[in-house]
Design a protein around this ligand. Sequence first.
Ligand SMILES: [Zn+2]
Ligand SMILES: [Zn+2]
Length: 353
Amino acid sequence: MTDLIELTDCGLYCAPGDFYIDPWRPVPRALITHGHADHARAGHAHYWAARVGLPILYKRLGQRIEVTGVDYGEPLWFGDVRVSFHPAGHVLGSAQIRVEHAGEVWVASGDYKRDADPTCAPFEVVPCDTFITEATFGLPVYRWPDTRDVAADIRAWWQANAAAGRASVLFCYSLGKAQRLLAELAALADVPETAIAYLHGALVPLTRIYREAGIPMLATEPVSAQDKRHDFAGDLIMAPPSAAGSRWMRRFPRHETGFASGWMRIRGNRRRRGYDRGFVLSDHVDWPGLISTIEQTGARRVLATHGRTDVLVAYLRQRGLDASPLATEYADSPDDEARADTAEDASADQSTD
Ligand SMILES: [Zn+2]
Ligand SMILES: [Zn+2]
């Protein structure tokens, strides 16, 4: 029996429904899990995506794409294949895609996390026979601290820098992480309502989309809109990782840098990349979340994409599951993920800041 979803040169393909999930080459029908660059690529004839994430797709792929917005849980039919989108808890509008055919159920997770995130709908466990899971952080060392504690650490760092007359430049991915940080900081009791975060141009349009979606976040202003004499002493500035070491940083004569990412769980990463501070905050599932999620889906078969699939696959096989890696072209290392983000941010840099 052939697989309901198979790996082809263009991406994950469902033959009975004749559609692709997050394809990396142009196809007629593309079901998109979320707006990150490695999942939502340009050039497809028609897109399907969760309705709340549509503004992100338009922003990234242009207003001219042909796209059908889908509500979470709403059934779609491709021939006799039933498809539905379910929250993945990764970024605004992120979805797992459930595919059912002839009594068999597959779920493609896209990227997901189990931690609370005020900026998107929480991950929904979707029972299935085969679960295609991401494994970006598929090593036991990756365990996330409580997000509230991380936000409080960032606030304390910002305050200490302010007391010393320095700016706090916090690097974070432009889609999802930046807005989650703004929401978490706004929820802290000791952050005054008048507090402002200054944004690099690459973060401005995406943050506006989140604000228009009604997500409460810290007030923001573009760095570029500030008077030339404003030296940002004591201010919080947020920027994509690509801005680190760039000419743009000259706006902040005295500053410390921080990076908010799951990769900061490994101390060497912070030192190697030259950040003053690392804050462990990821929009991907950590190791315990990965294992418990796989268990909760009840899947007997697991296909792992992204990153460290080898350790996860070995672990699952030991536990009696039918597990294999799936060689997709999604970002699969810290540097790849940064690079995917950087390519877009670099162009945003030139146009807006
Ligand atoms: Zn993603
Ligand atoms: Zn991804």
